[in-house]
Design a protein around this ligand. Sequence first.
Ligand SMILES: Cc1cc2nc3c(=O)[nH]c(=O)nc-3n(C[C@H](O)[C@H](O)[C@H](O)COP(=O)(O)OP(=O)(O)OC[C@H]3O[C@@H](n4cnc5c(N)ncnc54)[C@H](O)[C@@H]3O)c2cc1C
Length: 392
Amino acid sequence: MRFQDTPELAKWRTQVRSFVDTNWRAHAKPNEDEDSMEGPTDESRTKVWLDKLAENGWLAPAWPKQYGGADMSVLEQFVLNQELHEAGAPTSRQMLNLVGPTIMLHGTDEQKAEHLPPMLRGEVAWCQGFSEPGSGSDLASLQTRATRDGDDYVVNGQKIWTSGAHRADWIFMMARTDPDAPKHRGISYLLVNMKQPGITVRPLINMANGHVFNEVFFEDVRVPIRNRIGEENRGWYVGTTTLDFERSNIARAIAARKNVEKLAKYSRARDAAGEPVTRSYKLEIADRAVETSVCELLSFVVISIQARGGVPNMEASMCKMYGSELSQRIALTKMHVTGMKGQYRRSDGLEQTLGTSSAMEYLQVVPATIAAGTSEIQRNIIATRGLGLPRG
Ligand SMILES: Cc1cc2nc3c(=O)[nH]c(=O)nc-3n(C[C@H](O)[C@H](O)[C@H](O)COP(=O)(O)OP(=O)(O)OC[C@H]3O[C@@H](n4cnc5c(N)ncnc54)[C@H](O)[C@@H]3O)c2cc1C
């Protein structure tokens, strides 16, 4: 594995960095925390920035140019992602990375023409309707029904944990179209306009008091058959396509490193202020620093497999599991180091240099090991596909 850029990639990195400096960093407010867990707060700045990315094809770097992408190689995408995340800049619009490539791979020309351009321009927000109250890890057991009636399906059922449904115009979802078939073979993949009768979105407030996800109810919702992606009853295979080419999780690795660097700086500032952090907590920070390097190296393993034309499988699971568990360990260390002063919702004094308060971060990272496949499911994949162990 090569750890240095080739001359071509170095040139590309310089180009990206200068673009980010001019179009993102130059517009930062004084004292802005670029790594805030709430993300950038200035919506108009974010919109202008995402429009600029879209203009360059950098919102969908892997897509062909004719659909608004940039036809980038795996390593060019990786460098782009590294630089955007180093700057704390947004990289995508809501769910674009999930539904966009699915339509690109499995959609008809009409579906591509109808959905991809408005998605890139940010005119239409999407949400993902996969999980149901009884179907999360075992997603193929989902029960929401889509029954044919003339040129439509009639959809009835419930989705849960639907992130951003309260802001979404469309939902991409899986529904059961053949209840008698084996569970993976009776599912279809549908694109559904949310602004129609029969759809109810109910907020779910998380433990950090944030409104991220929702329940979505479908009651006799009519969906034209032309809004199905792929064949009827083959939706499972559409839904499980390797959707996002960028599976290296470099975003999480960079965020972890920057977070630990801030913590080390804070610890030095406490020493200077005569309120030193205890030795055992300093050792804890050192452990986290080593772990962030491991996290970054795991990302390099994934990207080097992709660059050779391979498909990372258990390696992507290792990356996801390690990165999400590390984010929780870092939040715990931050709680230890800041003690009572970390318990404010908004940091004060020296703690302000840490950005998001320890208590808020601790709450916000709890779902990291659940969303997008729990740690247990990732371990199952590593055990069976990676180590060849029999299923339990
Ligand atoms: C922040 C966040 C955002 C989300 N956004 C969306 C979204 O936008 N759209 C969407 O569709 N879903 C979304 N989800 C749902 C997410 O995909 C599910 O929560 C996840 O797949 C787990 O499913 P579950 O919650 O039903 O838990 P379950 O599958 O019921 O699991 C419960 C526990 O049992 C364990 N377990 C289950 N099966 C096994 C097994 N075979 N072996 C070992 N252990 C097992 C799990 O690891 C877990 O600890 C989101 C979740 C979170 C936390």
